[in-house]
Design a protein around this ligand. Structure first.
Ligand code: PDD
Length: 279
């Protein structure tokens, strides 16, 4: 694999950053994941807009222009002959002696990217649907910023797996579902698609924005509001969205099967509509 590290295209064995990088010491960094299908970047403008926002919220300098970032993504697709998979991009505040205060102005942000080849369109998880388990949401109060602080969702996913599920749905102290470990969460009940409204409690998914818009355009009734675990377990169907999962059906919550326990018709339709628009 060829990676990108601060201006250089390097084989992964040579891709290295400083031990003083604030991403490593303090999780002082943000990231984006863009999906590639047929060599084409999906929703790239949306990911760049969110990156700009994450950087702004953390008062972090942009490493380079968005035109450059697009050129780097395209070059990695080319060098790795990436047909289907993901491109991971991470920006950190750079390397500086360890201090809680930000480093001096002029410290160069670090920029790294790498690709991960793998199926996006045809996945077992989509055919079967996934099982989710609910776990407490232990993350900080600014989940709208896409930081590299991913320990809480990593633990959430492991807890869900220990319970025999494929992924976690995280639940706030108020008893309402926030989102999946790395995806947004939806239920379908009484013919309505319900997903939590945008706030600092969840990541503003780029796929979510497309799916909410497409649902409305195709005549679905969408309600953006929080829902409880009990409401979710009683729903007709459920699904998740993310750059890598697109729309993936959820077939059970904490062992309670939804509908007949197979992927629901609205989840399948939303996936078809999203795929048709994106490719
Ligand atoms: N995760 N919520 C969380 C907590 C996420 O980490 C993600 C993305 C999403 C979905 O956002 P989008 O539709 O823009 O991918 C929601 C990425 C894919 C990841 O961490 O790998």
């Amino acid at each position: 694999r060829i990676t990108y590290v601060n201006g250089d295209y390097l084989p992964e064995a040579e891709a290295k950053v400083s031990i003083f990088d604030r991403g490593f010491l303090m999780a002082d960094g943000v990231y984006e994941v863009t999906t590639v299908v047929g060599g084409k970047l999906i929703d790239f403008a949306g990911h760049m807009a969110r990156l700009r926002r994450s950087l702004g919220e953390l008062r972090m300098d942009a490493p380079t222009s968005e035109d450059d970032l697009l050129a780097i993504h395209r070059e990695l697709v080319r060098r790795n002959a990436l047909e289907e998979g993901l491109i991971y991009l991470q920006v950190t505040r750079g390397a500086a002696d360890r201090d809680f205060a930000f480093p001096p102005a002029g410290t160069k942000p670090s920029l790294v990217l790498f690709t991960q080849a793998g199926p996006v369109l045809e996945r077992e998880s989509v055919r079967r649907g996934i099982k989710v388990a609910t776990v407490p949401d232990l993350r900080w109060a600014r989940r709208d910023i896409k930081t590299v602080q991913l320990l809480a969702p990593s633990l959430a996913k492991m807890e869900a797996k220990a319970k025999g599920a494929d992924d976690a749905w995280m639940v706030g102290e108020d008893g309402f579902v926030t989102e999946g470990s790395s995806n947004n969460a939806y239920i379908v009940a009484g013919g309505k698609v319900v997903t939590r409204h945008l706030s600092n409690a969840i990541l503003h998914g780029i796929t979510r924005a497309s799916v909410v818009r497409l649902a409305a355009e195709t005549g679905m009734n969408v309600e953006e509001r929080p829902f409880t675990v009990a409401e979710a377990k009683a729903a007709d169907e459920a699904f998740i969205t993310s750059a890598s999962a697109f729309v993936t059906p959820v077939v059970s919550i904490d062992g309670v099967a939804l509908g007949d326990g197979s992927p629901g018709p609205i989840a399948k339709r939303m996936r078809e509509v999203y795929v048709a628009e994106s490719l």
